[in-house]
Design a protein around this ligand. Structure first.
Ligand code: SF4
Length: 282
């Protein structure tokens, strides 16, 4: 059984950078706090906590404390609140998310209403919307395009959550177009996501079985799984080797493996080793 690992599997540059900043900050002796989890992966969250970084659900008195802004950013309101509360800020927002903030703010200043194609409850989407003066329109699904609200808008600018599926985003854009006269579109899906999505279109076609590794609450892992499953029904999503079933590989000659942007290499390597062992026992 041949195992083919996608080149783009695992941590993206933004997650790597955020983890590095988090560990360096903790190493420097700062009391570091984080609003929520650094990324959507249980193993990474555990390592970060073991390094001494504490997760909080709301801001408290920040005197003598440092607050780490996660890869997917924060709203301006939360950032200012944290500064006011006395926290020293360590910003690990991914530069590609910052670029979306910049575009949204500039286009709003130029008189455009901002439309975000993305998951309504995702931190990144909240962070983008939270940079703006006017309420952003967030569209998560082609069925939820608010036609009546769009008819009232003359100028709109569409940005996309960095980890969205480009095909879905373009479908939504097509549904928005007839309603807004002056519509500007910025494809803000980040480079690592694009690379992952291109690879995941080939992996299920070239392999008999596809294993997508990542946490259940990781949005980008879910998207990779959905794309792969639509092309190859023998696609499985796992977060550890314990979830793998021997029968998935019956008769399989080639196994394709990819991993979400928040999946550590160690988890991927353990799973590859396990699958190779299964293959050698057949
Ligand atoms: S998925 Fe893209 S935007 Fe998000 S942290 Fe990774 S590189 Fe940055």
């Amino acid at each position: 059984m041949i195992v083919n690992l996608a080149k783009s599997a695992g941590f993206c540059s933004g997650v790597k950078r955020a983890i590095d900043i988090a560990l360096k900050t903790a190493d420097s002796g700062e009391k570091v706090y984080m609003l929520g989890d650094i990324v959507h992966n249980e193993d990474v969250v555990r390592d970060i906590q073991q390094a001494g970084i504490k997760k909080i659900n709301r801001l408290g008195n920040g005197k003598g404390k440092s607050l780490l802004i996660r890869a997917h950013g924060s709203s301006l309101r939360n950032l200012l609140k944290a500064i006011k509360a006395g926290y020293k800020i360590f910003d690990a927002t991914c530069p590609m998310v910052k670029e979306i903030h910049r575009i949204a703010k500039e286009m709003e200043s130029a008189g455009f209403r901002i439309i975000i194609i993305g998951d309504k409850d995702h931190d990144e989407v909240r962070g983008i919307a939270g940079q703006l003066k006017q309420k952003a329109i967030v569209i998560d699904n082609i069925k939820n395009v608010p036609q009546e609200s769009l008819k009232k808008i003359k100028k709109a600018c569409v940005v996309v959550q960095s980890t969205q599926n480009i095909d879905k985003a373009l479908q939504i854009l097509g549904r928005i177009k007839p309603f807004v006269k002056d519509l500007r579109f910025f494809n803000t899906i980040c480079r690592p996501t694009r690379l992952k999505q291109n690879e995941i279109k080939a992996l299920p076609v070239k392999n008999n079985v596809v294993i997508v590794i990542g946490s259940r609450n990781s949005a980008n892992t879910k998207r990779l799984y959905e794309i792969s499953k639509s092309l190859n029904k023998n696609t499985y999503r796992v977060n550890s080797k314990e979830e793998i079933r021997r029968e998935w590989f019956r008769g399989a000659k080639k196994v394709g493996i990819t991993a979400g942007a928040s999946t550590p290499d160690q988890t991927t390597q353990e799973i590859i080793k396990y699958i190779k062992q299964l293959g050698s026992k057949r």
